[in-house]
Design a protein around this ligand. Structure first.
Ligand SMILES: C=C(CC[C@@H](C)[C@H]1CC[C@H]2C3=CC[C@H]4[C@H](C)[C@@H](O)CC[C@]4(C)[C@H]3CC[C@]12C)C(C)C
Ligand SMILES: C[S@@+](CC[C@H](N)C(=O)[O-])C[C@H]1O[C@@H](n2cnc3c(N)ncnc32)[C@H](O)[C@@H]1O
Length: 359
């Protein structure tokens, strides 16, 4: 081969690799590129160790049940997965029913706007987002309703990502984000006109604890809506296949233990809420929420190759391949949970904090 042919072949190969990694591997919403994958707030040298530590929680299930250890375990999880989520899913870290003729992004927005429509938000009101991620829902909700949203997340890295996205979207005056634990929120009593949480309270070891905090910060008469991850009426604890699916979901999603749908209203009532409505939004005529996960399978293989190449080259931190593999397996468990009907990520509960009784 003469030198021209070598240079030509090498350039073609380099262009191909660039296209595979940077173009094909780009996030749905251009938030993150594969070459930017990091371990969140964890130093790149410590990603592998933190991943091992994350797994060790599941070897000592008693510790996950100890409420005070859970926020740190959830924080580690989100340091490990936030960039991969943004890269491969977008800025909203939740599911939504697929809607024929609508893109994933549109279906996601519709699901988010439904939450705020349910709590009847008015422009200028102060609304709480309990477990806000990098703020995909917050921005959609603020833009849709004209309200001011304050989000809380346990993960410092997500705060910085959410703030950067808010600024880029020109919504930083309507959207604020604080780092904190939703089990002990740094907010005054009765300081919010409404609240929502989207696929976030499932991380609380005791649902009553997070509901009680949300109840405390809401003004009397205001509404709270939550999309809960739960097992359904079809789940059978004595069926080993059901147990395997649910444990797979818990391990790959930092959950201290999935609750049954029948526990949700009881928790809300226990802390003083009136339950206005409860509905599994995944039930027909809604189209499967897991079809997006299933359709993405080919892309996950491609992503896995990209992550392996980047980790070998030292671009992605050591441990990224393990984290990606964990998510890959989780996608399968979630799909099985949806297909068997034993699990839903969108059991909706709408609650009201009662008005104060006149003395
Ligand atoms: C509410 C939670 C998160 C829900 C979802 C946003 C995430 C659950 C599983 C995640 C993913 C699985 C497979 C990944 C894939 C292998 C990778 O290449 C690209 C990202 C994934 C698609 C990733 C994206 C986010 C999820 C769908 C929980 C944590 C309570
Ligand atoms: C799956 S993400 C959903 C994020 C967001 N609601 C969305 O739909 O994009 C769950 C969120 O809950 C947050 N979270 C979990 N446990 C928390 C806790 N104890 N305190 C505050 N936030 C918490 C996580 O940090 C993360 O932001």
């Amino acid at each position: 081969m003469d030198s021209i042919a070598i240079v030509f072949t090498a350039s073609l190969l380099a262009a191909g690799i660039y296209w595979f990694v940077c173009m094909l591997g780009a996030a749905e919403q251009k938030g993150k590129r594969a070459v930017d994958l990091s371990g969140g707030s964890i130093h790149r040298e410590q990603v592998q160790e933190n991943y091992n530590q994350y797994w060790s929680f599941f070897r000592r299930p008693k510790e996950i049940e100890t409420a005070d250890k859970v926020p740190a375990f959830v924080d580690t999880f989100y340091n490990l997965v936030t960039d991969i989520y943004e890269w491969g899913w977008g800025q909203s870290f939740h599911f939504s029913p697929s809607i024929p003729g609508k893109s994933n992004l549109e279906s996601t927005k519709i699901h988010e706007q439904m939450a705020v429509d349910l709590i009847g938000v008015k422009p200028g009101q102060r609304i709480l987002d309990a477990g806000c991620g990098v703020g995909g829902p917050m921005r959609a909700i603020a833009a849709h309703s004209g309200c001011n949203v304050v989000g809380i997340t346990i993960n410092e890295y997500q705060v910085s990502r959410a703030k950067a996205h808010n600024k880029k979207a020109g919504l930083e005056h309507q959207c604020d984000v604080v780092c904190g634990n939703f089990l002990e929120m740094p907010f005054e009593d009765e300081s919010f006109d409404g609240a929502y949480s989207i696929e976030a309270t499932c991380h609380a070891p005791k649902l009553e604890d997070v509901y009680r905090e949300i109840f405390r910060v809401l003004k009397p008469g205001s509404l709270y809506v939550s999309y809960e991850w739960v097992t359904t009426e079809l789940y059978r604890g004595e069926d080993p296949e059901h147990v395997e699916i649910i444990q797979g979901i818990e391990r790959g999603d930092a959950l201290p233990g999935l609750r049954n749908y029948s526990d949700i209203a009881a928790a809300a009532k226990e802390v003083g809420f009136e339950v206005v409505k409860e509905k599994d939004l995944a039930k027909p005529p809604a189209k499967p929420w897991w079809s997006r996960l299933k359709m993405g399978r080919l892309a996950y293989w491609r992503n896995h190759i990209v992550v392996m190449v980047l980790e070998t080259l030292g671009v992605a931190p050591k441990g990224t391949v393990d984290v990606h593999e964990m998510l890959f397996k989780t996608a399968d468990y979630l799909t099985k949970g949806g297909e068997t009907g034993i699990f839903t990520p969108m059991h909706m509960i709408l609650c009201r904090k009662p008005e104060k009784k006149p003395l």
